[in-house]
Design a protein around this ligand. Structure first.
Ligand code: PLP
Length: 452
């Protein structure tokens, strides 16, 4: 099939996720292959993968060890169901995940995407209290601007107006508390932390008898715009959850597997979630595996005779898929073999230096970074922090400019995401930042010119 045929057919038959298809029609892109941190389209153009193919890719594309692990597994079997029957790679991966996860985690429940992992966490937390006879503990607390996926349950514990508002009457009510970000200039990080925890304490004091759990992204909100929590906040939430018997559900879908410079972001504050969700980087960005990890007391609340009616009636056709688990095992072995976590710590420092040049740009209001997870917020004027009119889509246009310059990424509103594969070298990170600077300057200047 020629490139023109592929383009025509993609426009005729495909419906892409999170995409206004009229945008795609104007600027289509079809990826043919990938190698290392590069992607190649059907026209032969190569691009740096500046968003790790949507925050997934870890060791680069076509990583030999993962390719081989999948091929080896394929000689045995691609898939058999996990409903009522285990399989070998799913057992081995569960053991590995428990070994890597915070100490209190002992159980692994598989699914296929980050949203499913969180949906499962919410259902588990709900049924946990029902099974234990606390029938009033039914509601969930969540942070403003939080994102946990696009299923009805995860949208209910999510709070991004642009994505969720239209579905309001379809969703269950969650208690939304403000994400702890500072609005007053003179407020220090520790003041902000203390005051935000005080508010949470008041809520828990008033409503703990009806609250089943709280869902939080670990340390940094991803899709909400790369917002960093003040230091100590997540630890404080953990302590309040313990005190008021509320389950702490930490979403590590975006932050897990080295992204923030630790295997899991909760390690930065030594937090032990009751339930923790992982996906994305778990297979190195190869195959759709996700997992909901739990402490033993969660598992025990579901354990008994069938007739006790405590079973967790949840599962998906591809849950625990062997090819995916084999890829995940190979991915995690490379973490050890290549000392990836230490590498990320070092690369994050290098990237921080590079991003200082981005922060100086007239059109950059803020640069937020945790490890190799970064957001660059664009504004019309640095001095006033005034945003561009949203209809101008300055960040989206910047990413199109970056594409023309040889890098792919996606915006989140006026925030540009930089989430390189963890394997990116310092040279490649520098190239990405240079392209970003140029793309931002071109698009922002164009937007301003159009205003006059
Ligand atoms: N949770 C967080 C924190 C995420 O960032 C995402 C996706 O970006 C999800 C959940 C949903 O994951 P998935 O797209 O695999 O459903």
């Amino acid at each position: 099939m020629t490139s023109n045929d592929l383009l025509a057919k993609s426009k005729k038959h495909l419906w892409l996720p999170f995409t206004q298809m009229s945008d795609y029609e104007k600027d289509p892109l079809i990826i043919e292959s990938g190698n290392g941190v590069y992607l190649k389209d059907i026209e032969g153009n190569t691009y740096l993968d500046g968003y790790s193919s949507l925050w997934l890719n870890v060791h680069g594309h076509r990583k030999k060890e993962i390719d081989e692990a999948i091929e080896k597994q394929l000689q045995l079997i691609a898939h058999s169901t996990l409903l009522g029957a285990a399989n070998i790679p799913s057992i081995q991966l569960a053991e590995k995940l428990v070994e890597l996860a915070p100490e209190a985690i002992t159980r692994v429940f598989y699914s296929d995407s980050g949203a499913e992992a969180v949906e499962i966490a919410v259902k588990m937390a709900y049924q946990y209290w029902q099974n234990r006879g606390y029938e009033n503990k039914k509601s969930f607390v969540t942070l403003s601007n939080g994102y946990h996926g696009d299923t009805v349950g995860t949208m209910s514990v999510g709070s991004i107006e642009l994505y969720h508002k239209v579905y309001t009457s379809l969703l269950f009510d969650a208690i939304v508390i403000p994400f702890p970000s500072s609005r007053q200039e003179e407020q220090t990080e520790s003041d902000l932390c203390r005051e935000s925890l005080k508010q949470l304490r008041e809520l828990f004091e008033a409503k703990h008898e009806e609250i089943a759990g709280i869902t939080v992204e670990a340390l940094i909100q991803g899709a909400g715009g790369m917002n960093l929590m003040p230091k100590g906040y997540l630890k404080g939430v953990e302590q309040l959850c313990k005190e008021f018997h509320i389950l702490l559900i930490v979403d590590e879908v975006a932050t897990g597997f080295g992204r923030t410079g630790k295997m899991f972001a909760v390690e930065h504050e030594n937090v032990q979630p009751d339930i923790m969700t992982v996906a994305k980087g778990i297979t190195g960005g190869y195959l759709p595996i996700a997992a909901t990890l739990t402490q033993e007391h969660i598992y025990e609340a579901f354990y008994g005779e069938y007739t006790d009616l405590k079973t967790f009636f949840h599962g998906h056709s591809y849950t625990g898929n062997q090819l995916g688990c084999a890829a995940a095992l190979a991915n995690l072995e490379i973490f050890e073999k290549e000392n990836i976590i230490q590498q990320v710590e070092e690369k994050a420092l290098f990237l921080e230096e590079q991003l200082k040049h981005v922060a100086e740009l007239e059109f950059v209001g803020a640069v937020r970074q945790l490890g190799l997870m970064c957001g660059i917020e664009l504004v019309q004027h640095k001095r006033t922090n005034e945003p561009f009119p949203w209809e101008q889509r300055v960040a989206y246009r910047s990413t199109l400019k970056m594409r023309a310059l040889g890098m792919l990424t996606r915006p989140l509103g006026d925030v540009i995401v930089l989430m390189p594969p963890l394997a990116a070298t310092n040279d490649q990170l520098k190239q990405m930042v240079d392209i970003m600077k140029e793309g931002i300057m071109e698009a922002a200047t164009e937007c301003l010119e159009q205003q006059v």
